[in-house]
Design a protein around this ligand. Structure first.
Ligand SMILES: *[C@@H]1O[C@H](CO)[C@@H](O)[C@H](O)[C@H]1NC(C)=O
Ligand SMILES: *[C@@H]1O[C@H](CO)[C@@H](O)[C@H](O)[C@H]1NC(C)=O
Ligand SMILES: *[C@@H]1O[C@H](CO)[C@@H](O)[C@H](O)[C@H]1NC(C)=O
Ligand SMILES: *[C@@H]1O[C@H](CO)[C@@H](O)[C@H](O)[C@H]1NC(C)=O
Ligand SMILES: *[C@@H]1O[C@H](CO)[C@@H](O)[C@H](O)[C@H]1NC(C)=O
Ligand SMILES: *[C@@H]1O[C@H](CO)[C@@H](O)[C@H](O)[C@H]1NC(C)=O
Length: 497
């Protein structure tokens, strides 16, 4: 009985389970299998897709990797390039800076004169400096000179600054010593051009060795052009002949008052001549020549000072040449106006790549037609004029500029120095009347004109050189006139007095 109950219970349970199962799925057995099949298929499909995706991803990643590597190398290359560029740039900047510094240094180091250096930097100490009198970057190389920064003077050193004994010989100039300067002659000439004063001291100690004896010169020095000079101090203020003197000759203090140098004496006593050569255009001394030292007891010793220049060149008035312009500091080649000869302004081309002494420095172009004020007039007379020996006045004024002609008096008064042109013209009232006129400069008659039956026109053209205030007029000498034309103008003005 109990077994039955149990069985029934089991059955119920199974049935209820079954019912439950049927309640859950409508077509339970077939549907589940199908579904599984379906799911499997989906799974397979997904797996395949995943595989595909993976391979795709793999290839994409590979490509990306390649790209990244490529980019990395690119970046590396760019980086290298950039670094190189930086190095180059800094090199360039460095060399630019160096160039600038060098330029600055050169500007400081190579002024034209010591004075220029001192003007640029007043704190500079005296000593050896490089200067370039003929200008930076052209002509000769800079020279190494002594600058006295107290005075601003420039000194050129040479090989004969010590006291040097002259060898024994007899003939005039048998002893010769060429002076070797530590600068080219051109640089020294340019230094002299730029300076206000140049000088060189010279001392000769002598004993029985005359400079000059019985009118024969045994000793001289050569100037920068190589010409012999016989004065041992001062300027060459006697251009006539062979100028011979020493400082004692200039002072009248020579031992032998009849001579102009102590060393002109043939006496066996120790003598000296000490002088300072001041002739800027002759300096420096290029050679020293002595003679008449043949006697074993004869002594001549020379001591030549440095070639020293100081001051800035001072022009006497307006520049008259490219050389003047160069001296006062012009360096830009071009067309310039200068004070010409004949009181006119002239135009020249200055080529400042050339140096003074070079013909091509200056090319003459022509006169400049400068008028400080224009002066011209044209006037006429249409009414009767009969006052004899009186300036003909005018009643019509076509032009009158520059304060020259006073129409009411008929007198022209030159407003400026210069050259003027005038023309006066008139004709007789009729065939039977005659008249004469004359052109006057101040109170002098310059030209006259008389009409006649044959010639009843009067023309007086004239070109006159006038000074300020000079009067020009046309006066009636005889007869009458009732017509006249007077014209005149300033042709060329004397700009430079
Ligand atoms: C001469 O000048 C040169 C440069 O031009 C310089 O190097 C040299 O030291 C100078 N000599 C003397 C003795 O000053
Ligand atoms: C500079 O020149 C002056 C005048 O000639 C002189 O007295 C002075 O001793 C010089 N100074 C130097 C440093 O050469
Ligand atoms: C010669 O030159 C000196 C300067 O060295 C000057 O004092 C003198 O007056 C001049 N003499 C003549 C005659 O010109
Ligand atoms: C110039 O020199 C000549 C010859 O030496 C001489 O006769 C004349 O007196 C000198 N003149 C002057 C101004 O020194
Ligand atoms: C012309 O001359 C007269 C007489 O000298 C004078 O009175 C007059 O002012 C002058 N005219 C001019 C424009 O200068
Ligand atoms: C004009 O020329 C005379 C002599 O020709 C001269 O004395 C005068 O100074 C010059 N200048 C002026 C502005 O008149």
């Amino acid at each position: 009985m109990a077994q039955q109950v149990f069985n029934i219970l089991i059955l119920r349970l199974v049935v209820s389970l079954f019912i439950n199962v049927t309640a859950v799925s409508v077509e339970p057995k077939v549907n589940v299998a199908d579904r599984l099949q379906e799911l499997n298929e989906i799974q397979e499909d997904l797996k395949m897709k995943l595989k595909q995706l993976e391979t795709m991803m793999d290839s994409e990643v590979g490509k990306l990797k390649e790209k990244v590597e490529f980019l990395e190398t690119k970046v590396q290359e760019q980086d290298n390039l950039f670094k190189k560029c930086q190095v180059k740039n800094s090199d360039a900047i460095g060399s630019l800076r160096n160039a600038e510094e060098n330029n600055l240094k050169r500007m400081v180091l190579d002024p034209k004169t010591c004075l220029e250096a001192r003007t640029a930097n007043p704190s500079l100490e005296s000593g050896m400096y490089f200067i370039d009198p003929d200008g930076q970057g052209r002509g000769d190389d800079p020279i190494y000179v002594y600058c006295n920064m107290t005075t601003g003077s420039t000194s050129i050193l040479h090989d004969s600054e010590d006291s040097i004994a002259v060898s024994h010989c007899f003939e005039p100039g048998c002893y010769t010593r060429g002076i070797k300067y530590n600068a080219t002659l051109r640089q020294m000439t340019m230094l002299s051009e730029l300076s206000n004063v140049c000088h060189q001291s010279i001392q000769v100690d002598c004993y029985d060795a005359a400079f000059e004896f019985n009118g024969i010169p045994y000793a001289w020095w050569n100037d920068r052009n190589g010409d012999p000079r016989y004065f041992w101090s001062g300027m060459n203020n006697n251009s006539s002949g062979r100028y011979h003197t020493c400082q004692c000759g200039l002072d009248g203090s020579c031992k032998d008052k009849s001579l102009s140098c102590n060393c002109d004496s043939d006496l066996a006593i120790e003598l000296s001549d000490i002088g300072i050569l001041l002739e800027k255009d002759f300096l420096p001394v290029t050679k020293l020549n002595f003679g008449r030292t043949i006697a074993p007891t004869s002594i001549n010793r020379h001591t030549l000072g440095r070639f020293e220049c100081n001051g800035k060149v001072v022009l006497n008035g307006m520049p008259t040449s490219c050389q003047d312009l160069w001296r006062i500091g012009y360096t830009l080649s071009g067309i310039y106006s200068i004070k010409g000869s004949s009181n006119k302004v002239e135009t020249v081309y200055c080529d400042f790549t050339k140096l003074p002494g070079d013909e091509e420095l200056q090319t003459w172009i022509g006169y400049v037609d400068v008028k400080s004020e224009p002066v011209y007039f044209t006037v006429a007379r249409k009414t009767l004029f009969s006052n004899l020996n009186t300036a003909i006045s005018f009643d019509q004024e076509t032009l009158n500029t520059g304060n020259g002609l006073n129409t009411s008096t008929g007198v022209f008064s030159a407003p400026r120095n210069g050259t003027y042109f005038f023309a006066f013209s008139s004709f007789a009232e009729n065939q039977y009347s005659s008249f004469s006129v004359y052109l006057q400069l101040n109170d002098a008659t310059i030209a006259t004109c008389i009409t006649s039956y044959a010639l009843f026109y009067c023309n007086i053209p004239s070109t006159l050189k006038l000074s300020t205030g000079d009067r020009v007029q046309v006066s009636l000498q005889q007869g009458t006139t009732n017509n006249a034309i007077f014209t005149g103008w300033l042709l060329a003005e004397d700009i430079i007095q």
